[in-house]
Design a binder for this molecule. Structure first.
Ligand code: ADP
Ligand code: TRP
Length: 321
């Protein structure tokens, strides 16, 4: 089964991203054929600085390799290395009613909030449809916010197929209800936009400082504490095996320790958990040429996989080639 995902290169990754999307994607590699790419063209809708976009793209590649995307088993590339996607994007534009795009939440939200919008934001879902339809995946795992985009891709594919026959595979999305929503330092959903994140690859001192800021209840040191609903515990349990988690629950229940102690423990747990990933990341950070080579090789594999669809599309639509 082919599982397909796109990643916006949007800067420092946090542990919400890790448990919500990265870890499931890495584990997917044991079960299925994974296609994962860095959506740098999509990032242009918000990043208008060439150096910055280049940096963010390489950072995303470095981070994902460090966190376990395996270029031997999976196909991992940068969107802009497979130009066919832009060709399909244009072809699909002719099968995209503008009303469909006007109804897209992400576009509607931005216009409603008075942002000046541009065409790339408007046509974002068409490019995303091209990403997906070029590779005929079986499943596109998404967060809830991306469901509508996959539905738009389905609508576009159906319109194309109505005109030219059964060429594009109608994509299916999958929302994993079992994946935890990771709370941030303030107890709300962890998100860059709320400024409540704990980064995967932060500096140690900075990370300790962030963890110290986690909002907790004020209970005297000697008294027992409630772990259910405690932000420190809720984050810690994501990293702990059953035995360690039960030991932590005991420490809460028996009293004699404050939340400061649990925060210190959480800092250590997180730091240790990511140690092997950090080592790999340092390696790739020192070998950026190797990262670029991996991406190029991934693009060769991706173009091969896309060849069949793009050739059919060109031939059916009458594009000379
Ligand atoms: P942010 O909210 O920080 O901007 P993104 O929207 O870039 O994060 O999310 C990238 C991926 O990480 C998405 O698949 C999203 O579902 C997942 N994700 C982000 N925050 C969390 C969280 N707090 N808990 C679980 N998954 C999350
Ligand atoms: N829009 C997706 C996001 O913001 C990223 C993305 C681009 C994507 N193309 C895709 C996701 C294709 C899945 C399939 O997260």
């Amino acid at each position: 089964m082919r599982v397909f995902t796109g990643i916006q290169p949007s800067g420092d990754l946090h542990i919400g991203n890790f448990f919500g999307s990265i870890k499931p994607m890495i584990e997917e590699q044991d079960k299925n054929e994974v296609f994962a790419f860095i959506a740098n063209y999509h990032a242009m809708t918000t990043v208008n600085d060439g150096e910055k976009l280049k940096h963010l793209t390489m950072q995303a590649a470095t981070d994902f390799l460090a966190l376990g995307i395996d270029p031997q088993r999976s196909t991992f590339w940068v969107q802009s290395d497979v130009k066919e996607v832009l060709e399909l994007y244009w072809v699909l534009s002719s099968f995209t009613p503008t009303g469909l795009l006007e109804r897209a939440h992400s576009y509607k939200d931005k216009t409603a909030r008075g942002f000046t919008t541009n065409h790339s934001l408007f046509s974002y879902p068409v490019l995303m449809a091209a990403d997906i339809l070029l590779f005929s995946p079986d499943i596109v795992p998404v967060g809830k916010d991306q469901i509508q985009h996959v539905e738009i891709a389905r609508d576009i594919a159906i319109k194309f197929n109505n005109a030219y026959g059964d060429v594009l595979k109608i994509p299916q999305y999958r929302v994993d209800e079992n994946v935890a929503t990771v709370p941030g330092t303030d107890g709300q959903k962890m998100s860059k936009s709320y400024g409540n994140t704990i980064n995967i690859f932060g500096e140690e001192k900075q990370q300790q400082k962030t963890i110290k800021k986690i909002v907790t209840q004020n209970v005297p040191m000697e008294e027992p504490k409630e772990y259910e609903g405690c932000n420190v515990y809720n984050i810690a349990k994501l990293f702990l095996a059953d035995k360690e988690r039960i030991a932590l629950e005991q420490r809460y229940k028996q009293g004699g320790e404050g939340h400061g102690h649990f925060k210190l423990y959480l800092s250590e747990v997180i730091w240790e958990y990511y140690a092997p990933y950090r080592q790999k990341r340092e390696y790739y950070a020192r070998h950026q040429d190797e990262v670029r080579d991996i991406l190029h090789a991934g693009a060769v594999k991706a173009r091969e996989a896309a060849g069949d669809i793009i050739e059919k599309v060109r031939s059916l639509t009458g594009i000379l080639y």
